[in-house]
Structures are given as C-alpha cells and as structure tokens.
Ligand binder design. Structure first.
Ligand code: ZN
Length: 81
C-alpha cells in the first residue's frame, strides 16, 4: 500500500500489504526492496475492470513465490534503461 503527499505527489509511505511492515522511504524514494503490483483484470476475468494494487516486502514476496508449483522466471537485468 502506498501513500503519497497530496500537495507534491511525493511518495511518503509504503506498507507491505501482507505483514504490515512499513518500508523505509526517504525524500519520496523507497529505500528497500519491494514487490509492487498494479494490475487491472481484463474482459475474460471474473474480475473484469477491477484494478488491484499492492506492495509486498521482500520477505513476504519470498514466502509468496515459495508457494508456487513452478518458480517465477528470473532474469538478471544488466542494462538499466
Ligand atoms: Zn511483508
């Protein structure tokens, strides 16, 4: 869950939706690892047009993917755009 300053739009707070841990934010910049999802389900979904947004700390992300039958595809990006 993310909270932004309504006056300047700066990020002020990121909280893990799973465990409630408050992640470190300094001057509008998230200072630790976080999995952010902002997804809108499409026409063929029973959640058509529902937008789901949440954040997970790295520990909760690891727990989530630990429950997968097939691990996520992981690529190390060497060139940042
Ligand atoms: Zn967490």
């Amino acid at each position: 869950m993310r909270e932004y300053n309504t006056e300047n739009g700066k990020l002020v707070c990121v909280t893990c939706n799973r465990c409630g841990k408050q992640l470190e934010v300094e001057n509008g910049i998230l200072m630790e690892g976080c999995f952010h999802s902002d997804w809108m389900f499409g026409y063929f979904s029973k959640r058509d047009r529902e937008k789901h947004a949440f954040d997970l700390c790295e520990e909760c992300y690891d727990k989530m993917i630990g429950e997968f039958q097939i691990p996520p595809e992981i690529i190390t990006v060497t060139e940042l755009l």
